[in-house]
Design a protein around this ligand. Structure first.
Ligand SMILES: [Zn+2]
Length: 176
């Protein structure tokens, strides 16, 4: 298999063999436990490095995860429309969220995507900030592997800002 490692310190294989490792407990764990890890890491990084650097770290981590997810779980040979259908299905299968394409300009790849019941933020108390930095990077990473282009993904609505879906504005970053 091709080496699709996107980080020196991280690869799909570094996630381990869960079929051997968890023969009784299996692949799934409660969302609360996922969030316990995610939020505690975010809190500690925030205390140590401040909110801006923490956001940057989560975007970058999401990007590494998205690239790896795409390499291993998505078919990059599909047409754009087929690819988005498959992406929607995989995000459902893996219980990450319910993806909808709200708007798409196929020639420029400008898109507005929504994710309902988002794994990272749905149910959070309302604050003045969007929460899903990791998802911004995750979507950018997936689209980078699919297109070979860098994407800017910005969350403009979030459960954490009082909306009921996360809404992401997506555009190619490397326009010359
Ligand atoms: Zn959100």
């Amino acid at each position: 298999m091709a080496n699709n490692s996107v980080s020196l310190f991280f690869s799909w294989e570094s996630l381990g063999d869960l079929e051997i490792g968890r023969p009784n407990l299996g692949l799934m764990a409660p969302v609360l436990i996922y969030r316990l890890m995610h939020y505690s890491v975010k809190a500690v990084l925030g205390e140590k490095f401040g909110p801006e650097a923490t956001k940057e770290i989560f975007i970058k981590a999401g990007q590494v995860a998205g690239e790896t997810f795409c390499h291993h779980l998505l078919n990059t040979r599909l047409t754009l429309d087929e690819f988005l259908v498959e992406l929607k299905k995989k995000l459902l299968d893996w219980k990450i969220g319910i993806l909808e394409i709200e708007d798409i300009q196929r020639h420029s790849m400008d898109m507005t995507l929504t994710v309902a019941e988002d794994l990272d933020c749905s149910g959070l108390p309302v604050s003045d900030k969007t929460f899903c930095d990791y998802d911004e990077g995750f979507l950018a990473g997936i689209l980078k592997v699919y297109t070979g282009r860098d994407f800017l993904v910005e969350e403009i609505d979030c459960w954490a800002t009082g909306d009921r879906v996360c809404r992401f504005r997506v555009k190619i970053q490397d326009v010359t």
